[in-house]
Design a protein around this ligand. Structure first.
Ligand code: SDX
Length: 449
């Protein structure tokens, strides 16, 4: 069963009756007491709170579910993104990722993810105008960037500066005002590329290149990154389209680690800039969005195609993970990785072939026929090939997770807003299983040890 499957089925139709008895419930017998309980099943799930009634003694708290890392727990219901990990399916608001990657743009896909429907021509024009006219950042933000060392990691700079935006927009605290949320959405989607490009330029010691409102979302980002002395930056159309499709692929991905951080931090009713900073920090980790950076380091460490078999042996011996492989939900090829692989060759046609691709392809070739990976259903994920593209486009490895955070901002905001407006949601506060010390008395220091 897949995490998304029941909600997608149920959201579209009345809850499916069971194939056999027609009774959608669990019959539980507590063998400690012999008592029997009926727990309703809906959307292929049971409500954890329904377990609380099961007690061995009247004074017990009642049963709770225990699920470290939430491997089999739905934290919310959602209508944004649907994933079928067994079938390798990804849809934003019902639209297959393959169709959006082929026919849409990132700015249009961001609208879809946030509003639930593809925009009309007027809606797209209005949306694009508003995002485009919120790309500038307060000049004081440059002082924050000046405080960083030249070799500061751009994700550290991005986390810090997006959090700092919360101090410039105190109106963002009015989170239940839809007009305020809309304004912060324009600002966040518009300014994340600017903060990212400014961080990059700071690391090079180059002057900041300001936004150009005549350009598309992705072309303007390339402009702020790479413009030098030319008055008007002209993006290579192949690179502009490649980056835009990569942004589409990274826009949302259901309840991943960083979306969970966004929802969890946002559930305290903090402003969205602070919540986005938390989500960006979660994405930074090498097991999540930082994996694209880790993949490049891994390929550099392997060094040549001939050394791949030995590296794979070290992975199977547990010395390393094959970064860019495996996924909590996809137990099949990540559909995004398939599209990324095609984009790579389009970029290589313009920028020259990245020799690292041969090492990556050999890793994939060996892994996909090795039982260690097959038995664990480890396939390339979205991060396996993206770094090769970014490197060919001239990005330093440290910028790779930043290129993930920019488009994911649309998904994080959509998840945050859905959480805020969901009457079932409240501040996130899980339980624990306490295994610590029983009650004991304070001991004077000379009586310890
Ligand atoms: C992203 O959640 C999302 O949707 C994330 C994302 C998104 O768009 O938001 O898709 C983006 O984060 C993609 C994932 C990027 N991370 C990596 O590529 C890092 C390498 N991958 C692994 O760390 C791992 O596969 C995870 C973190 C992605 C998933 O980990 P799980 O689901 O907790 O699986 P696990 O660690 O329990 O692994 C199960 C088994 C273990 O072996 P055993 O203990 O059973 O012997 O598979 C092994 C793991 O050791 N394993 C790997 C491996 N990934 C899992 N072995 C070698 N190399 C790997 N990459």
């Amino acid at each position: 069963m897949n995490a998304s499957k029941p909600s997608a089925t149920a959201a579209a139709t009345a809850p499916e009756q069971s194939a056999t008895t027609g009774r959608d419930s669990l019959s539980i017998t507590d063998n400690r007491t012999g008592k029997k309980y009926e727990i309703p099943i809906k959307n292929d799930t049971i409500r954890a709170i329904d377990l609380r009634q099961i007690k061995a003694n009247a004074e017990d708290f009642g049963l709770i579910s225990y699920d470290p890392a939430f491997t089999n727990t739905a934290s919310c219901s959602s209508r944004i993104t649907y994933i079928d990990g067994d079938a390798g399916i990804l849809r934003y608001r019902g639209y297959p990722i393959e169709e959006l990657a082929e026919k849409s743009t990132f700015i249009e896909t961001a609208y879809l993810i946030l509003h639930g429907e593809l925009p009309t021509r007027d809606q797209l024009s209005d949306w694009t105008y508003n995002v485009t006219h919120h790309t500038f950042i307060h000049e004081s933000i440059k002082k924050f960037l000046d405080g960083f060392h030249y070799d500061a990691h751009p994700m550290g700079m991005l986390i810090s500066t997006v959090a700092a935006l919360s101090t410039f927009y105190p109106d963002a605290k009015d989170i239940f005002n839809p007009d305020s949320r809309r304004k912060q959405t324009y600002r966040l989607i518009g300014k994340m590329p600017t903060l990212s490009a400014f961080a990059y330029r700071h690391s090079l010691g180059m002057p900041f290149a300001y936004p150009d409102n005549d350009l598309t979302y992705s072309a303007n980002f390339l402009n702020m990154l790479f413009r030098t002395t030319e008055l008007k930056y002209r993006a290579n159309p192949t690179l502009e389209r490649a980056l835009d499709v990569l942004f589409i692929l990274h826009a949302d991905h259901e309840q991943n680690c960083s979306s969970t951080a966004m929802r969890g931090v946002g559930s305290s009713h903090v402003d969205p800039y602070s919540a986005i900073a938390a989500a960006t920090a979660a994405l930074y980790g090498p097991l999540h969005g930082g994996a694209n950076e880790a993949v490049l380091h891994m390929l550099l460490e392997i060094g040549s195609v001939s050394k791949v078999p030995d590296y794979i042996k070290s992975v199977k011996a547990g010395q390393h993970k094959l970064m860019g492989f495996g996924h909590r939900v996809y137990k099949n090829y990540d559909p995004r990785a398939t599209i990324v692989k095609h984009i790579a060759y389009e970029v290589f046609d313009v920028m020259g072939r990245n020799p690292m691709i041969d090492i990556a392809l050999e890793c994939e070739r060996i892994a996909l026929q090795d039982d260690y990976f097959i038995s664990r259903k480890l396939y390339p994920n979205v991060d396996f090939y993206t770094g090769l593209i970014y490197q060919s486009m001239g990005f330093p490895v440290t910028m790779f997770p930043v290129l993930f955070a920019i488009p994911r901002t649309a998904g994080w905001i959509a998840q945050w807003e859905e959480m805020l407006l969901d009457p079932e949601q409240k501040i996130a506060r899980p339980r624990q299983v306490y295994l610590g010390a029983p009650k004991r008395s304070y001991a004077p220091i000379d009586d310890r040890g």
